[in-house]
Design a protein around this ligand. Structure first.
Ligand code: HEC
Length: 191
C-alpha cells in the first residue's frame, strides 16, 4: 500500500516538474541560438498576412503577400494565461512564408508555401529581450540563428509599438484579452 502511494507521489511530482520547467533553449559557444527543432509544435498565436517589415517585406514585394506565423514555447504560454506576463526563458519564432494564389481549387484566396524567413525573439534568463535571425535558403533555415545587434530595427519597433512588454500581443486576440484582465497592457499603449 505504502509502495503504491510512494509511486503515485513520484509520478505526480514528475508531472508537476514537466508542467513548470522552462522549455530549455540551447546556444552555441559563439552565442548563436540553436533552432528548437520542434518549434512548429509550439503554441500557435496567430498569422499575419502582409505584415512583414524590413528585408522580408522587400522580398514580399516581388511576389504575393507573406504570411508570418507566430509560435511561443508552451510553458511560457501557460504562464502568460495565468499572469499576463512572459517569464524569463520565453521564446517566440516568427515563421515567414511565401504565398500563392490560383493553385488547386483556390481562386481568390492566398495559401502558404515555402519558408522565406525565420526570426526569433527571446526573453533571456535576466529578463532582457534579444532578437535572432536564422538565414533561410531554398525554404530551409540554418540550424543556428545569429544574435542581432541592439542597433537593429527590431529592438526599437518592438519596444515602442507593442502592447505587452516587447511583444505584439495586440495582434494575438486570445492573449490581448488575458493581458487586459491581468492589467499588464502597457500604460502608454495606444490601440
Ligand atoms: C516596424 C516594426 C517592426 C520591426 C522593425 C520588426 N518587427 Fe517583429 N513584429 C512586428 C509586428 C507588427 C509583429 C506582430 C506579428 C505579425 O506581424 O503578424 C511582430 C512580431 C514578431 C515576433 C513574434 C513575437 C512578438 O514580439 O509579437 C518576432 C519573433 C519578431 N517580430 C521578430 C523580429 C525581428 C527578429 C526583427 C528584426 C530583424 C523584427 N521583428 C523587426 C513589427 C516589427
Amino acid at each position: 500500500m505504502m509502495k503504491i502511494f510512494a509511486l503515485a507521489l513520484l509520478i505526480l511530482s514528475i508531472a508537476l516538474a514537466a508542467e513548470t520547467a522552462p522549455d530549455a533553449l540551447k546556444y552555441t559557444p559563439a552565442g548563436e541560438m540553436v533552432l528548437p527543432a520542434e518549434y512548429r509544435e509550439w503554441v500557435f498565436l496567430s498569422s499575419g498576412l502582409g505584415m512583414t517589415y524590413g528585408p522580408a517585406a522587400a522580398k514580399a514585394r516581388q511576389g504575393g503577400p507573406l504570411f508570418d506565423n507566430v509560435f511561443v514555447n508552451p510553458v511560457s504560454y501557460r504562464a502568460f494565461l495565468k499572469t499576463g506576463k512572459w517569464p524569463n526563458g520565453t521564446a517566440f519564432l516568427l515563421d515567414i512564408r511565401s504565398s500563392e494564389s490560383h493553385g488547386s481549387i483556390n481562386k481568390d484566396g492566398h495559401f502558404q508555401t515555402t519558408l522565406s524567413g525565420l526570426e526569433a525573439e527571446v526573453k533571456d534568463e535576466h529578463g532582457e529581450w534579444k532578437f535572432y535571425d536564422f538565414p533561410t535558403a531554398n525554404g530551409s533555415p540554418k540550424a543556428n540563428g545569429k544574435l542581432l545587434p541592439a542597433t537593429a530595427s527590431c529592438y526599437s519597433c518592438h519596444s515602442k509599438n507593442t502592447a505587452v512588454e516587447n511583444t505584439f500581443v495586440q495582434f494575438y486576440p486570445m492573449l490581448l484579452e488575458v493581458a487586459q484582465r491581468m492589467g499588464t497592457v502597457k500604460k502608454d499603449y495606444v490601440p
